[in-house]
Design a protein around this ligand. Structure first.
Ligand code: HEM
Length: 303
């Protein structure tokens, strides 16, 4: 190697051992983090570490997603559509990771999983509090989960608060109303404790935004971020249930459900039904654009 490729001692970072200096390890709490993977199998099965790490990584990303979605809600309340959309890009990227990491766990053979699976009972991903918080905030509210999942008072409190409060979609409705979209007053003032099953009047109110997707691009794009979020979560669910079938076939889950059969029932509901229903109202968008002599931009350029 030549002299140029050999950094001198002065170009090396100074050692940060002790003396209370901030280091990579102390800032990120690496020693604590690396002490949190405790296998239950004895002697530890080689694949159990992968199983634990995978789930822990999910929980970290769930934390990040909740952080971003709460910030998105604040931006929506403040009418900051572009900023909300920008953070949604991040959420989608994280969602892609969540699905992309399933094949890592699938490198574990089902016969190997069977060698330590019994030790995990009755623990299950079903009990992920953060996953339920994500679901509730995304509009899939289910009060029964509080007793089924909440394993401590703080978790229960968080879940009850999420059950009572507005969903991300409620924030969207208010934001759209603030930007002149004709969202019905009773939808804006709805009892947020209740599940929202969709409303044809909202889909009707959204249709002009979609038809004028160029002219009202910011609002249109924001709505599409919601759809993308919904779709990506569904894709994760689908891949998860495939993995479950591959790992445990038709057996019951460690959490006590009917396993893949139960999970299949969670696949098809839409989080934001109005945003899917609006598509049914766009059949005439092409004809309308032609009549206006444009490309759907309402005769305007740019956007
Ligand atoms: C070997 C891999 C896995 C298997 C065999 C598996 C199996 C299952 C089963 C059978 C259920 C249904 C509840 C039950 O009775 O236990 C379930 C639910 C769930 N699992 Fe997994 N899982 C695996 C990996 C993961 C990973 C890596 C995550 C990431 C956090 C995860 C998150 C969840 C969640 C959130 C639920 C609840 C879904 C719902 O109720 O809609 N699972 N899993």
């Amino acid at each position: 190697m030549g002299a140029m490729s050999q950094p001198g001692p002065s170009s090396q970072p100074e050692p940060g051992v002790g003396k209370g200096r901030l280091t990579y390890g102390s800032y990120l709490r690496v020693p604590e983090l690396l002490s949190l993977q405790q296998e239950l199998s004895s002697p530890a099965h080689h694949d159990e570490l992968l199983f634990i790490v995978s789930h822990q990584v999910y929980e970290l990303w769930f934390k990040q997603m909740l952080h971003e979605l709460r910030a998105i809600a604040e931006h929506l309340d403040g009418g900051r559509v572009t900023r909300a959309s920008q953070l949604f890009e991040r959420v989608h990227a994280v969602q892609s990771l969540l699905t992309a990491q399933i094949p890592v766990l699938e490198t574990m053979f089902s016969v190997e999983f069977a060698r330590f699976r019994d030790r995990l009972r009755p623990a299950s991903g079903f009990q992920s509090v953060q996953f339920r918080l994500l679901e509730f905030f995304s509009g899939r509210k289910n009060e029964r989960m509080v007793t089924l999942v909440g394993d401590d008072d703080r978790a229960r409190e968080q879940m009850l608060a999420a059950l009572a409060g507005p969903t991300l979609y409620d924030h969207l409705m208010r934001c759209l109303a603030g930007h002149g979209v004709a969202i019905p007053a009773d939808v804006l003032g709805r009892d947020t404790r209740l599940a929202y099953a969709g409303d044809a009047r909202v889909a009707e109110a959204l249709a002009p935004v979609y038809r004028d997707s160029h002219g009202r691009f910011d609002l249109f794009r924001l709505c599409e971020h919601f759809v993308e979020y919904d779709e990506r979560l569904a894709i994760w669910r689908f891949h998860h249930v495939q993995m479950v079938e591959r790992m445990i076939g038709g057996m019951a889950g460690t959490g006590g459900s009917a396993g893949a059969r139960y999970l299949s029932t969670t696949l098809w509901g839409k989080l934001f039904p109005d945003l899917w229903a609006v598509r049914d109202r766009l059949a005439d968008a092409g004809a309308q654009a032609a009549a206006e002599g444009g490309t759907g931009a309402g005769g305007r350029s740019g956007g």
